[in-house]
Ligand binder design. Structure first.
Ligand code: BES
Ligand code: MN
Ligand code: ZN
Length: 490
């Protein structure tokens, strides 16, 4: 459960809360609402507080303040404060406030006048809800955060309230995705993932179809069948449809759902396998996104597709040299069973293309090469339509998720030529993110399509701003922006 977030017009000194949190700028300049506690800001307790971004100092409440304690939230240089600064500051606050139940804050008022008040309030709500996330399912002595309610003091009105509500909806969906990613693979088979997705989507205006066994064969989802055949926990495929009345255009969302990637017969090293429960992050992001469309009032039709498999070596595992025939007629020679993501995504992309989506976006923890190129924090963006690439990039930028465009060079297409089939599932030793993208491109026909390689940012190795060590839910916030603002690319 994420925190409850309300708006309040009460003066900061009168707010009844366990903690009153006020912004402070570099040089200990009091931000909005901090004047009432500026005595404490210059008192002995606050010595050493520099108001750097991410710095939070809790002191006793001075005379005349109703709250039980005061938190100074550092924001750095006043003129540099933007939505990302607010999200990160609110996250730092939520972490510092774990032992209290209620926080009242004037933080949203700290943005320069050029920042919209509703956006600022939403950023504070989102940062607090995401930064306070904890995964405690397997901690026997859990120190669960007590923080349940955040009152935003200052800007009010219906527009601000609805922006804050949307932010909480999005943060809640992101935290659901994080829970799914953090769940150990032993406790989450493809069938378990599908069941959790069905539960999540109940009452959310989404029709869910779950396919398995002979149904996968009938629908010609041969990549999913083949990759999944090595595991005793068989493959599943989810098709999710949100179709509001009057919708004119269809956006397709595709997510890679490998609940565990051992590499298969092309077995990974032990170290390479450690985090491979994360390999369903794309699918988790897609289901999370589907679950918030109704609450966000999205007016387009959105169809989600997630192939779900476990990639395992066994006596029944797929082999190097095997050939897969896809529903669009393309044949693929398997040269490495660890390049499994593209093999299952191909099913979903070909299906979305067949069902005449107006645009497709896929999210996949697809290649280590993308992490080599862009590092751990930035997703790679590839696509076949400049306008659609730009639309997805703009949505990610607004959401505060880092993506960077990579090319799909025609000249590299020959790297995936196969000796006996149309293509093979590996390229050469170089440009691995791009040859994976070129592989996927073979399955989307002429439909505008973007591929986000989220191998890096799907996981955080340390707490950082509103990210918490573990699965990040990367992509959920981009999909929230994209589904709301979608325009059919031409
Ligand atoms: N799931 C991995 C990619 C990955 C690696 C994600 C590290 C997150 C962290 C993917 O299935 C994979 O194994 N890709 C191979 C492709 C290669 C065999 C062509 C890779 O990147 O090494
Ligand atoms: Mn793999
Ligand atoms: Zn994988």
């Amino acid at each position: 459960m994420t925190i409850k977030c309300t708006l309040s017009a009460v003066a900061p000194e009168r707010a009844r809360a366990d903690l009153l949190a006020v912004p402070v700028f570099k040089g200990r300049r009091p931000g909005p609402g901090a004047d009432v506690v500026s005595g404490a800001l210059h008192g002995a307790e606050a010595a050493g507080f520099e108001a750097k971004p991410g710095e939070v100092l809790v002191v006793g409440a001075p005379e005349g303040v109703n709250a039980k304690a005061v938190a100074f939230v550092g924001l750095g240089v006043a003129g540099d404060v933007d939505l990302e600064t607010l999200r990160r500051a609110a996250a730092a606050l939520a972490r510092k406030a774990r032992s209290v139940r209620t926080v009242a804050t004037t933080l949203a008022g700290a943005a320069p006048a050029s920042v919209d008040a509703a956006d600022a309030a939403a950023a504070v709500a989102e940062g607090a809800a995401l930064g306070g996330y904890q995964y405690l399912r397997y901690k026997s002595e859990a120190k669960r955060s007590q923080l349940t309610s955040l009152a935003l003091l200052g800007a009010g009105g219906a527009r601000v309230q609805s922006a804050v509500d949307a932010a909480i909806t999005i943060a809640d969906a992101t935290c659901w995705a994080r829970d799914m990613i953090n769940e150990p693979a032993g406790a989450q088979s493809p069938a378990d993932f599908a069941a959790a997705a069905e539960r999540r989507l109940r009452g959310k205006g989404v029709k869910v179809q779950l396919w398995q066994g002979a149904e996968l064969t009938r629908r010609k989802l041969q990549g999913t069948i083949t990759v999944g055949q090595g595991s005793v926990r068989g493959p599943r495929f989810l098709r999710m449809e949100y179709a509001p009345a009057g919708a004119r255009h269809t956006l397709a969302l595709v997510g890679k759902g490998v609940v565990f990637d051992s590499g298969g017969l092309s077995l990974k090293t032990s170290t390479g396998m450690e985090q491979m429960k994360t390999d369903m992050s794309g699918a988790a992001a897609v289901v999370a996104a589907m679950s918030m469309l109704q609450a966000l009032g999205v007016r387009h039709r959105v169809v989600g597709y997630t192939p779900l498999v476990e990639n395992m070596p066994s006596g029944n595992a797929y082999r190097l040299g095997d050939v897969i025939t896809y529903r669009n007629g393309r044949t693929v020679e398997v040269m490495n069973t660890d390049a499994e993501g593209r093999l299952i995504l191909a099913d979903a992309l070909a299906l979305a293309d067949d069902e005449e989506a107006d645009a497709i976006v896929d999210l996949a923890t697809l290649t280590g090469a993308c992490m080599v190129a862009l590092g751990p924090d930035i997703a790679g963006l590839m696509g076949n339509n400049d306008a659609w690439n730009a639309q997805v990039k703009a949505a990610a930028d607004r959401a505060g998720e880092k993506v960077w465009a990579l090319p799909l060079p025609d000249g590299y297409r020959k790297m995936i030529d196969s000796e006996i089939a149309d293509i093979k599932n590996t390229g050469g030793p170089h440009g691995g993110a791009l040859t994976a993208g070129l592989f996927l491109q073979e399955f989307v026909g002429r439909t505008p399509w973007v591929h986000l390689d989220i191998a890096g940012p799907a996981r955080a190795n340390s707490d950082d701003g509103y990210l918490v060590r573990g699965g990040t839910g990367f992509g959920v916030r981009t999909l929230a922006e994209l589904t709301q603002s979608f325009r059919r690319p031409r």
